[in-house]
Structures are given as C-alpha cells and as structure tokens.
Design a protein around this ligand. Structure first.
Ligand SMILES: Cc1cc2nc3c(=O)[nH]c(=O)nc-3n(C[C@H](O)[C@H](O)[C@H](O)COP(=O)(O)OP(=O)(O)OC[C@H]3O[C@@H](n4cnc5c(N)ncnc54)[C@H](O)[C@@H]3O)c2cc1C
Length: 388
C-alpha cells in the first residue's frame, strides 16, 4: 500500500486537550487539510483525564520558563479565532496575579519572562495587592506580579468546540473506543482498537495520563499525579471574588510550593494545590477527595483569601502527567520519526497552549518546520528514552 492509498492521512489517538487541538489544526487549513481519524477511549470532553474542572488559567508571564511566552501568545490568538469560528466565549479575560516572596521561584520566574518578552505587567507590594484586590491578603514580605491579559479558559467548551469544528471539516471521530496497540508497517501505521483496525500514513499519540501504555519508551520517565480541585462558597464579600473583580491567582505559599485560585463564575471560588498529589495508575484513581485534602486547601484560603473560605461546595480529582523537568513532550517518536508524533505529558500546565500545540503537531505531520524551537520538548532529553 502506498502512502496515497492509506484510508486516512492521520490517526490521532486521544482526543483530550492536545488531541482535539491536533484534529482541529489538521483539518482546519484548506491547503493542508487531511483525512483525519480521531479516537478516544472515552467520550471527550470527559472527567477521567486531565482536562475537566470547568476552568483553566491562561497567562503570559511564565514562571516555568520564558520559552513558553511566544507559544502562549500564539495560543491566545488561536483561542480567539476558535471563538469567532464558533460564535461563543471560550476565554474570559479576568487578569492574573502571581504572588510570593520577591526572590521566590514564582515571582522571580514570572518577572524574568515578562521582562524578556515585554509582557505588560506591574509589581505591587502586599498592601497594594489588598488595596487593588480586597479579597487577597498576602503576607507582608510578598509581592504580586499583575498581568491584565491573563484569564480563564473553559476547557470542556474548548475541547467540544475543537472537535466540532474538526468534524465539520471532515474529521471522523470515534468515541468510547480505546487504542490497544499500534505498529509502523511499510510506510504507514496500523492502529488496533477495541473495535477494529485502522491504517493511516501518520499517527499522533496524545494519550495524556495513559501515555506510558501507548509509548512504553516513556514508562519510566512519566509520573501521573492525582490532583484534587475544590470549589468554595465565599464566606463573605462574594463580590471580591467575582470574575469581573478577581484575577486568577498563583501563590508561592511556602518555598517552591504553589496553590492557585480562579474566580467565582457562579459555582464558587476554585482552589487547588499545584503538584503535591499522589502518584497513581490512571485506570484506578480514587475520585473522592479526603478530608485532609479538602482541609489543606481550606487552610490556604483561610490564610491568604479568608473571605473566600466558606463552605466547600464541590471537589473533583484530575490527573497531571509529569516529566522529570516538568516541561512538555512534543516530538517525533524516536523509533518512527517519519510517521509518529508524540504530544503530551504537559506536566500540569499544558491546557492554555493546546491550540498552539495542535498547530505544531500539524506542522510536524506535514514535515514543515514548526514556528517554535522544540528542543526543550524532545524525548531524547531523558535518560533511558531510546533514540534511533
Ligand atoms: C487539576 C488540574 C488543573 C490544571 N490547571 C491548568 C491551568 O490552569 N492551566 C493550564 O494551562 N493547564 C492546566 N492543567 C493542565 C492541563 O489541563 C493538561 O496539561 C492538559 O489538559 C493535558 O491534555 P492532554 O491532551 O495531554 O490530556 P487529556 O486531556 O487527559 O487527554 C488524553 C486523552 O487520551 C485519551 N486516551 C488515553 N488512552 C487512550 C487510548 N488507549 N485510546 C484512545 N484514547 C485514549 C483519554 O481518554 C483522554 O481523552 C491542569 C490540569 C489539572 C489536572
């Protein structure tokens, strides 16, 4: 079978944030439009992976590494384009604030990336933070880095929108069908699922927490963490936490330890600890939060946003899939570089980039030079990952 005879140009395994963005990007360009098959073991958007919980932070002053700033800028533009295509709101511009000691990793990193890429921002003392945002009570030695462009994405709507546009543009989507195995043969790939076998010229693997099963080369490199999220009814002054008045917040509450909040969109103030979760098998996750987990976040609110610390309204459990350096994997498969792209392990901070990552995937599939340097996302940076 020649490349042209393959029934699909591309199969995308996994249709969460990165997979739905990939099918969207692969089908949207008239000039590069592909025959795309997307497959997911569940029915996205769903609550069993890494992309649920109603809201995600998007920000530009990127403490994790300045190299993410140009990518998130592209993502911002693409989210807005998707909104226009769908005629709906996917991104709410609430502003954002990064808080912590001036020399802590959060504030230092956010300022460094903002300065390097001229991200408009201002730095406020603890007293100024409370003056401007009365719901936030930092400790005296903390400062806040404010960026007005930051905001909130609605992940379930984002995924639904990307899948809808992709389907409208001709992608075939198979839900509740798991990829069991794949192999490279001749000049294409064969993918076996719970329902059948499919052939394509190229394969994109975007399995989130299930990546170790789909790319066993990564099994010793990735760690899946169980991450609780919580919504609290404000105890008083609810207006201080409305999306119109309260930015998204990231707090370095102890050295190198972070919690974050998102404003009240009608279901309470969302709050969670970043990382710190237990390592789990994604197929056997306890979806109930424990009293200790609920209490840890309530206590952080009591200390830093006391008016928000009312009744716990809801908790959910989500999954982070982390690399050792907490940066992403966006790369060609080391053993099948000409036909398999691996995109995932977004280490708990990937959602905001999804549209831009989808575009990068489409470039890799088309063998076009991606517009960003992907060196820091290569699989080969990890010892033990076989590179051919
Ligand atoms: C609590 C929490 C808060 C977060 N907050 C933020 C934030 O504020 N901002 C931000 O930018 N990022 C945030 N993130 C990170 C971000 O949400 C993730 O990085 C991103 O959603 C990961 O997308 P993914 O496509 O890799 O995984 P997923 O969206 O989970 O998609 C993987 C998909 O693969 C499917 N799949 C797996 N195995 C198979 C198989 N064998 N066959 C077929 N399908 C398969 C799954 O069903 C799933 O749909 C947060 C994550 C969590 C958990």
């Amino acid at each position: 079978m020649t490349l042209r005879d393959q029934p699909y140009d591309v199969i995308v395994a996994g249709l969460g944030a990165m997979g739905s963005a990939s099918v969207y990007a692969l089908t949207r360009s008239q000039t590069r439009r592909r025959r795309v098959l997307g497959i997911d073991r569940f029915s996205p958007p769903h609550r069993l992976g890494s992309s649920h919980g109603r809201t995600r932070i998007i920000r530009e002053a990127y403490f994790e590494h300045p190299a993410y700033v140009p990518i998130v800028r592209r993502a911002f533009d693409l989210w807005r384009e998707l909104e226009s295509e769908m005629g709906c709101t996917l991104l709410s511009n609430t502003g954002g604030i990064t808080l912590g000691p001036e020399d802590g990793m959060l504030v230092r990193g956010a300022r460094a990336s903002a300065e390097q890429f001229q991200v408009p921002h201002r730095v406020l003392s603890a007293a100024e933070v409370t003056r401007d945002f009365p719901g936030l009570i930092p400790l005296d030695h903390m400062v806040g880095v404010v960026e007005d462009r930051a905001g909130v994405l609605f992940p379930e709507q984002c995924i639904a929108a990307m899948l809808q546009v992709a389907e409208r543009s001709g992608a075939e989507l198979r839900r509740d069908e798991a990829v069991m195995a794949w192999e490279a043969t001749g000049d294409g790939v064969i993918v076996q699922t719970t329902s059948g076998e499919y052939r394509a010229a190229r394969l994109v693997i975007a399995g989130g927490a299930w990546m170790p099963q789909l790319v066993p080369e990564l099994a010793d490199t990735l760690t899946v963490l169980r991450q609780p999220i919580h919504w609290f009814v404000p105890a008083s002054h609810p207006e201080e936490f409305s999306a119109a008045r309260c930015p998204v917040t990231l707090w370095e509450y102890a050295p190198d330890r972070v919690f974050y909040t998102l404003p009240d969109f009608g279901d309470g103030v969302k709050a969670a600890v970043h990382y710190e979760g237990q390592s789990v098998d994604p197929g056997r996750v306890n979806r109930q939060t424990s009293p200790d987990e609920d209490a840890q976040v309530a206590d952080l609110l009591r200390r830093f946003m006391p008016h928000a610390n009312g009744q716990l309204r809801e908790s959910q459990v989500c999954l982070y899939t982390n690399t050792p350096d907490l940066h992403f994997i966006i790369d060609r498969h080391p053993a099948h570089a000409d036909r398999v792209v691996v995109v995932s392990a977004c280490s708990g901070h990937g959602f905001k980039f999804a549209t831009a990552v989808g575009e990068i995937v489409a470039d890799l599939v088309a063998e076009v030079k991606p517009r960003f340097d992907l060196d820091m996302f290569r699989m080969s940076r990890f010892k033990g990952v076989r590179v051919v």
